[in-house]
Design a protein around this ligand. Sequence first.
Ligand code: GDP
Length: 194
Amino acid sequence: MKIHNVELLISAVRPAQYPEGDLPEFALAGRSNVGKSSFINKMIGRKSMARISSKPGKTQTLNFYQLQEALMFVDVPGYGYAKVSKTERAAWGKMIETYFTTRTALKAAIMIVDLRHPPSKDDCMMYNFFKHYNIPCIIIATKADKIPKGKWDKHKKIVKDELQIQKGDSLIVFSSESGLGYDAAWAEIEAKMA
Ligand code: GDP
């Protein structure tokens, strides 16, 4: 899908602030600094719409982006950043749980992981959380350009096995740098929009 029009509707913390309407929604989750903003920017064809975060863990709001009249991307604040207080972590957990357990327009979670490394404990917890609530997932293994092509399959298998990716959930090797996986990611999103 070629995106011509993107609008940040709101940065929300409470359900009352979530935008109304029933556009199919996709929530983007990932460890801080994993490359989530770069993924979003690549997919919407912008250089810096979703801010490339210089301070990981800073944004603690759900950012609702409307893509044309077609769908919504919800940028979920990154997890796993060490320098976050217990209070902030708890607030994050509450906000995420409320969103993922109540949002009826949600079609799938798009979870971003780093293809170079085995998924972290937090990645596994996040995926288990999605599966606990029966939320379909699209797993994006990004930064593929940082390892040789010959190693992609091996790394892909590690991600798949460590997360124990379930049937129906897809795993896409991606690079925001080269655009690898762009078509596959859009195809997967469009398949889950209906
Ligand atoms: P976020 O905190 O998850 O939103 O991560 P960012 O999108 O801000 O990316 C973190 C860092 O990784 C930045 O320096 C990006 O330029 C870099 N980065 C993100 N995606 C890729 C990628 O696919 N390839 C390469 N080589 N670098 C990437």
